[in-house]
Design a binder for this molecule. Structure first.
Ligand code: FUC
Length: 936
């Protein structure tokens, strides 16, 4: 607040523009150049509609999403009767035959994929020349009118101009054969082509390969002519990246050379080739689960002339509004952008300090091949899209409201001339209603939004947006002091973070995490997926779906501790949906009661195993999600929630394991098999993580049943079983064993650190209850090392906080908050880089910093358990602790100066600081203040 007032004062005193920038609020991301890449652009979102603002001066690109536009359709993912193979898979694992178990499971135990298109029929059509005239393989084919493309492109033709293309594409080029090649057989080295090729030299087929193998074709001497020779390649691509890929290591060239020599001695084919798209409708590729889709692009084209100065773009987290300002021809222009939840629209407001200065065209487009733009009236256009592999379709509308000047629609573009002020409303909807029902009308969300905007001024809409947003954002405040780097643009600040004293940047990162969650997970919407709500790719990494062996859960780590409990609603709703499909999966795969969730899900609530049996068969997704339900009760003590929502789902999750656990023949413990220690070590019997999760689930279900005074028999049964579950074991290297057997490899740097689940987010291992195991867990983490993917760095921040080593946690914060130059870290817009972009690290990182300030998982509130020397000063309010307590505190030079605890529901409060512990009774709604000596 202090800083904001200062900002206003300085600016009103008409100091230089630069100084105004320097005094920007400490809760703002800002830059002095437009976004070049998607990960430079600034994200806005209302939980349902998300947009990325590029903020170019002449061309402002706003790429947008609607969270329910996915591939696929409602269908049953379960393989009927898979349980018949369960006993055999278990037996093979018990006999130590992991490979055999994986092979059997791959064949009989994975979920059902979506239907395949008829590939043979399509290839027949393509070979018969559908979509192209003549025979492009022939030497004399006229390719003069064909376009050119860079060859090769290892990341796919998508990256060199064919952005949304799958299908059949012809490539042609020529080379001059030197005379001394006459009579020699040649080698045509193309290496990777995605996915299949038919390669011709001078009209003759010299090779055909389907799939990932490298290609080196022999070209018989008799085919080669002195002088000019023609190479023509027909590439068939079914999914994701396509084209002539060549080598990942681009210092290696594709080319042609005589047998016995090398490509360096021959002719390089790295150059511009001619290409022609033959067909863009390849048959569908079977998928285990669906992918989140981009929706469309809004491009605003301005006719600015003359120099542009004073450029700045920013995102103010305090009011969830992005802004672009610049001066052109002595006119100061301002654009404001936000995604309104109350009015369900992305709103863009354009102003200038000189009347009649705003002129631009606004166009909608989409990557979806099946999309159309239409004019609806003289100030509205619409974009209709239909996803290729699935049943979902969407509609979006753009309306321009102008003050003075003129507006019209021509060529399906909105054209604004000489307006004083313009407001654009961008709305979107799909036919998705829920995972079973897609009978919705995509126009409806647009119509409703536009109706809700009727009669409202821009100022109304903006103030309603800010008011609604602040009900979430303002529940927590953090100040780690000022830093010199605050006067730097955010990208510069990011570069310097690791080597400067800029604790304030870590505070900004916490608030950015909260901002991103509010923007991607409002009540009534889908939960935040791997990219939250933001995605610009038709085949995004991992389908931008929900990976449940860490990633989905990490997205929701900030909700309780960072005081955003209302944002759990989409997750809890998802859990309900998953419990329904998961009940059928439990029956079909394990002949068990209750519900089960494997390592991934999507908008259609898939719960069956996917991908490969060595990591797709991981059975504890429901146990982990149940932990979120229990934690919500722990933090809020909301008994009604426990009774009506949490316990019924937890109980069903526990029932599954009641049926599923089996006795280990060697040790006699109850173990989880078959399963996997996420993505490490293949299919196994008894990964440690599973036992921690199941033990926690059983304990919490027992406790919940006690609190609610229900299900005595069920409780007793769990009580009898919980102590039989395989315990955490310390291995020969002093490590916490990742598996039942002592077989950890201390040089293994795997990103997943699953066996430490019991340290965080669980509480199966704590300093208070089992110091030895805690030390073993710490040893395991030391062996794993610090280097990791984005989300893994974020997890490690939380681990080091729980180990009470703030400085080590800070080291990982610095690794997470460093520019992502092809590695883990943060992009220009501070999105987390796995790489690629994955939002979990943002959320895990924000939660981790909170965990350094307050912990409450050991039955008391632990104050400053892991504060690093690099954050010597702090003033924080609104951190939440289990038991329904809100913690407000300050510290200086690393020492507590003030503590104020608000009891939300009453009851005993136990607080610890350094070695002191105090306990007192509280009344709901009352605050309890302690001084630096920990006295009232
Ligand atoms: C898990 C992780 C990967 C990635 C993916 C989305 O499979 O192992 O690193 O985060 O989810």
């Amino acid at each position: 607040m202090k800083k904001l007032i200062l900002f206003a004062t300085i600016c009103s005193l008409a100091f230089s523009y630069q100084l105004c920038i320097a005094q920007e609020s400490d809760q703002t991301l800002w830059y002095n150049k437009p976004a070049q890449k998607w990960t430079d652009a600034l994200p806005i979102g209302n939980g349902r509609i998300g947009a990325m603002v590029f903020a170019g001066v002449e061309n402002d690109h706003i790429q947008f999403n609607e969270e329910t536009l996915w591939t696929g359709k409602p269908r049953n993912y379960n393989r009927k009767g898979a349980y018949k193979y369960l006993a055999e898979i278990r037996k093979l694992l018990f006999e130590g035959k992991q490979k055999e178990a994986e092979v059997l499971a791959q064949k009989e135990f994975m979920g059902l994929q979506s239907e395949a298109g008829d590939r043979e029929a399509w290839i027949d059509d393509i070979k018969a020349g559908k979509g192209i005239t003549g025979n492009p393989a022939s030497v004399n084919y006229d390719d003069k009118l064909w376009k050119t493309i860079t060859v090769p492109a290892y990341e796919g033709w998508e990256t060199v101009g064919l952005a949304n293309v799958d299908g059949a594409v012809w490539f042609r080029t020529t080379f001059e054969a030197p005379e001394n090649w006459t009579g020699k057989d040649l080698v045509l080295d193309l290496n990777k082509i995605f996915d299949e090729d038919f390669t011709y030299v001078n009209g003759e087929l010299v090779g055909n390969t389907d799939g990932a193998d490298a290609r080196k074709y022999k070209v018989p001497a008799k085919l080669i002519r002195p002088g000019k020779n023609t190479i023509a390649i027909q590439v068939l691509n079914y999914y994701d990246r396509g084209g002539i890929g060549g080598y990942k290591d681009t210092s290696k060239k594709i080319g042609i050379y005589p047998e016995g020599s090398t490509v360096e001695q021959g002719i390089s084919l790295v150059k511009s080739w001619k290409y022609k798209i033959q067909d863009q409708n390849p048959p569908a590729v079977p998928q285990y689960q669906a992918s989140y889709q981009p929706f469309g692009d809004l491009n605003l084209t301005f006719l600015h002339q003359g120099n542009v100065s004073q450029y700045k773009r920013s995102l103010d987290l305090t009011n969830a509004t992005a802004k672009t300002t610049y001066t052109s021809n002595n006119v100061n222009y301002t654009r404001e952008y936000f995604a309104s939840q109350p009015n369900q629209a992305v709103v863009i407001h354009l102003t200038a300090n000189k009347k009649g200065s705003i002129s631009f065209n606004a166009a909608l487009s989409s990557l979806h091949q099946n999309s159309t733009v239409k004019s609806l009236d003289n100030n509205t256009i619409s974009l209709a899209v239909q996803v290729k592999d699935g049943a979902l379709k969407g509609e979006s509308r753009l309306t321009a409201i102008i003050k003075k000047g003129s507006v019209k629609v021509a060529n399906n573009k909105i054209i604004v001339s000489k307006a004083d002020e313009v407001t654009l409303y961008l709305t979107a909807g799909t036919n998705f209603i829920n995972a079973q029902n897609i009978s919705g009308n995509p126009a409806l969300a647009n119509i409703n939004a536009i109706n809700s905007l009727k009669g409202k001024t821009y100022d109304n809409v903006k103030s309603n947006h800010i008011k609604e947003y602040k009900t979430y954002y303002n529940t927590f405040n953090v100040d780690f002091g000022n830093s010199n780097n605050e006067k730097l643009p955010t990208d510069e600040r990011l570069k310097k973070f690791a080597t400067s004293n800029d604790a304030a940047f870590a505070a900004l990162y916490m608030q950015y995490g909260r901002y991103l969650l509010i923007s991607s997970s409002r009540p009534g919407t889908q939960p935040a997926n791997l990219q939250g709500i933001w995605n610009d790719l038709l085949t995004p990494p991992w389908g931008s779906k929900y990976t449940t062996n860490i990633n989905l859960e990490m997205n929701y780590w900030p909700t309780e501790i960072l005081n955003l409990p209302g944002l759990n609603e989409p997750l809890f709703n998802k859990i309900k949906g998953l419990s329904i499909t998961g009940t059928e999966t439990a029956k079909e795969y394990y002949n068990a009661r209750g519900w089960v969730l494997h390592h991934n899900t999507d908008i259609w609530n898939g719960t069956a195993p996917i991908n490969a049996s060595n990591h797709g068969i991981w059975v504890t997704g429901a146990a982990w999600l149940s932990h979120h339900l229990w934690e919500h009760y722990q933090f809020t003590r909301d008994r009604k929630f426990l009774e009506q929502e949490a316990y019924p789902l937890m109980k069903q999750a526990a029932l599954f394991f009641d049926d599923f656990l089996v006795k280990d023949p060697k040790m006699g413990w109850l173990i989880s098999t078959p399963s996997n220690s996420p993505e490490n070590g293949g299919l196994v019997a008894g990964p440690t993580m599973d036992h921690q999760l199941i033990r926690s689930l059983f304990k919490h279900s027992i406790e919940a049943a006690k609190i609610l005074n229900v299900d005595a028999d069920f409780r007793k049964n769990l009580e009898a079983k919980v102590s039989q579950i395989a315990p955490n074991q310390i291995g020969k290297y002093g490590q916490l064993q990742e598996w039942l057997e002592d077989k950890d490899d201390t040089t293994n740097k795997h990103r997943h650190v699953s066996h430490l689940w019991g340290v965080y987010p669980g509480d199966d291992i704590t300093w208070g209850s089992n110091e030895k195991t805690m030390n073993a867990a710490k040893q395991s983490l030391i062996y794993r090392g610090d280097e990791a993917t984005g989300w893994s760095l974020a997890w490690k921040i939380n681990f080091w906080a729980r180990f009470k080593d703030g400085d080590h946690a800070m080291k990982l914060i610095k690794m997470l908050l460093k520019p992502a130059d092809n590695g883990a870290g943060s992009y220009v817009n501070l999105f987390d880089a796995h790489p690629p972009f994955q939002i979990d690290g943002n959320f895990g990182g924000a939660a981790g910093i909170a965990e350094m300030i307050v912990q409450s998982h050991q039955g008391y509130i632990d104050i400053l358990p892991a504060i690093p020397t690099a954050i010597p000063y702090g003033n924080v309010s609104g951190l939440m602790a289990r038991g329904g307590f809100e913690v407000n505190l300050s510290w200086k030079e690393g020492k507590l100066t003030d503590l104020n605890i608000l009891s939300k529901v009453g009851g005993k409060c136990k607080v610890s600081y350094l070695n002191k512990i105090i306990e007192f009774d509280t009344r709901a709604g009352e605050s309890y203040k302690l001084n630096k000596d920990f006295k009232f």
